[in-house]
Write a protein that binds this ligand. Structure first.
Ligand SMILES: [Fe+2]
Length: 201
């Protein structure tokens, strides 16, 4: 398979979504996403049931996030859906493993290859507790739909909803709990190993 217009549509949507954000925390990532690279590789399509949650999430989008969610919805069958953790790791619950997944669009492993920036979508179903974890890269989440109680570093827990930006500095513990709406997020990582498995210690 070779790169086609649909792939480029997804790349543009993912890049433009970040570039259009005015939040100063997203600003920090814009140079990396502008110069993500120039290499594309064909990635294996892998499906996870949680991708179906995009249909449930769409009515909970806001005008600023709906376009990107719709594009992910159309592309979901073409993506490589992943999970970072396995049951044997014992770091997240069985409930979370049954109802979470992410798909990377820009990153070390492609499809748009970058050693500067990691960008993609994460889906977390209802009532999931993602325990506190940390990684070297700094990160932003932008909520596309749904909501969660986010806890970052020593700050108080904050409820974030569609359109909200959550910044996580390098090596800062963070986690969240979804409620009965679930959560769809857009994520960016930079400045660190872009495929590091988070540390739950
Ligand atoms: Fe993170």
């Amino acid at each position: 398979m070779s790169i086609d217009l649909e792939d480029l549509e997804l790349l543009d949507a993912v890049r433009n979504f970040a570039l259009e954000q005015e939040d100063p925390m997203v600003e920090k990532f814009k140079a990396s996403i502008r110069d993500w690279g120039d290499q594309w590789i064909d990635v294996e399509r892998v499906q996870l049931p949680v991708a179906g949650f995009l249909d449930d999430a769409l009515p909970r989008a806001i005008p600023q996030t709906r376009g990107l969610l719709e594009i992910f919805g159309r592309h979901r069958g073409r993506l490589r859906w992943e999970q970072s953790y396995k049951k044997e790791d014992g770091v997240v619950s069985a409930a979370m493993l049954a109802a979470y997944g992410f798909a990377e669009i820009i990153g070390k492993q492609g499809p748009f290859v970058s050693d500067r920036i990691r960008a993609g979508i994460g889906i977390y179903g209802l009532n999931i507790d993602y325990p506190r974890h940390q990684h070297q890269a700094e990160e932003v989440y932008i909520v596309l739909a749904g909501s969660a109680e986010f806890k970052v570093g020593d700050s108080a827990e904050v409820t974030s909803r569609a359109g909200d930006v959550i910044f996580v500095a390098s090596n800062t513990p963070h986690g969240f709990r979804t409620c009965d709406q679930g959560l769809v997020i857009y994520y960016l990582w930079q400045a660190g190993d872009l495929r590091q498995i988070s540390d739950f210690g």
